[in-house]
Design a protein around this ligand. Structure first.
Ligand code: ADP
Length: 248
């Protein structure tokens, strides 16, 4: 078993903006190696929660721990990133004029916490890592192509690959399948489920079919706190969850 207790732990986290309580005594535990989906209606606090984990937004109260050693409320945004927390925003941001391979190379080179890289470069470790990532994201055949010619889905996979080059322990992924074709969604499900176990993955997603296809454990946020947690079947049969979604 790859799981060794929680990798991420939020306790009674609250934040308000101009008197509006966006996050309200939120409690969340993510186990090491877990793939968790976070769902909830618009305005539930999903983005704010991700912002708190990455240090972009500071909560007014509560605690946020990464593993048992790192109090994230004492760390800056770059420090949190260098602890191994990677975030993928909804829109792909790859370097269009560079090749797929170069994008991955650059993603690795910009990680200061992984210096010295020169020795690794001499040993061919980076090339091996890029090949491993290309395999995972299914872009091996396209590695010499400019990223600008990739489909929307392929760009999303490349960006996930760029995050993987930094060997994160926790990946936060915001709406990965928005705008994807059915086929691309299936491939994304394979990719994300394949990552779990090696690292923990938290996915915020609106597409319920997709959530059902990947998630073992689903957390439903509503008004800044956890409304329900469990398997997709459990939460989708929960009367409180049904009420919140019908009210959208
Ligand atoms: P979700 O991602 O689930 O749609 P958000 O986290 O984006 O929800 O937003 C939760 C609530 O907090 C929303 O009502 C939003 O308008 C409000 N909010 C989020 N960020 C800010 C901010 N920086 N200033 C003011 N209000 C904000």
């Amino acid at each position: 078993d790859v799981r060794h207790g929680p990798i991420l732990y939020l306790e009674d986290v609250s934040v308000s903006f101009d008197g509006f309580q966006a996050i309200n005594k939120l409690n969340l535990t993510i186990d090491d190696g877990e793939l968790r989906c976070i769902i909830g209606p618009n305005g539930a606090g999903k983005t704010t929660m991700m912002d708190i984990i990455t240090g972009k937004t500071r909560p007014d109260a509560g605690s946020v721990w990464f593993g048992s050693r790192h109090n994230l409320l004492e760390k800056s945004e770059p420090e949190i990133a260098s602890l191994g927390i990677g975030r993928k925003f909804q829109k792909p941001t790859v370097f269009e004029a560079l090749t797929v391979f170069q994008n991955l190379e650059l993603a690795r080179a910009t990680n200061k916490s992984l210096l010295p890289t020169l020795l690794e470069q001499m040993n061919g470790d980076i090339r091996a890592q890029i090949e491993e990532v290309l395999e995972l994201i299914g872009l091996k055949e396209l590695h010499r192509q400019e990223a600008g010619i990739l489909s929307h889905g392929q760009k999303q996979w490349l960006e996930i690959g760029m995050l993987l080059m930094q060997r994160p322990r926790l990946l936060l992924v915001d709406e990965p399948v928005a705008g994807m074709t059915e086929q691309e969604m299936e491939r994304t499900a394979e990719l994300l489920t394949g990552l779990a176990g090696k690292q923990s993955v938290v996915v915020v997603e609106h597409d319920m079919g997709f959530v059902r296809s990947i998630a073992r454990q689903v957390t439903v946020l509503h008004q800044g706190s956890v409304l329900a947690e469990g398997s997709m079947d459990e939460v989708s049969n929960n009367p409180k969850v049904i009420e919140v979604y019908l009210g959208e």
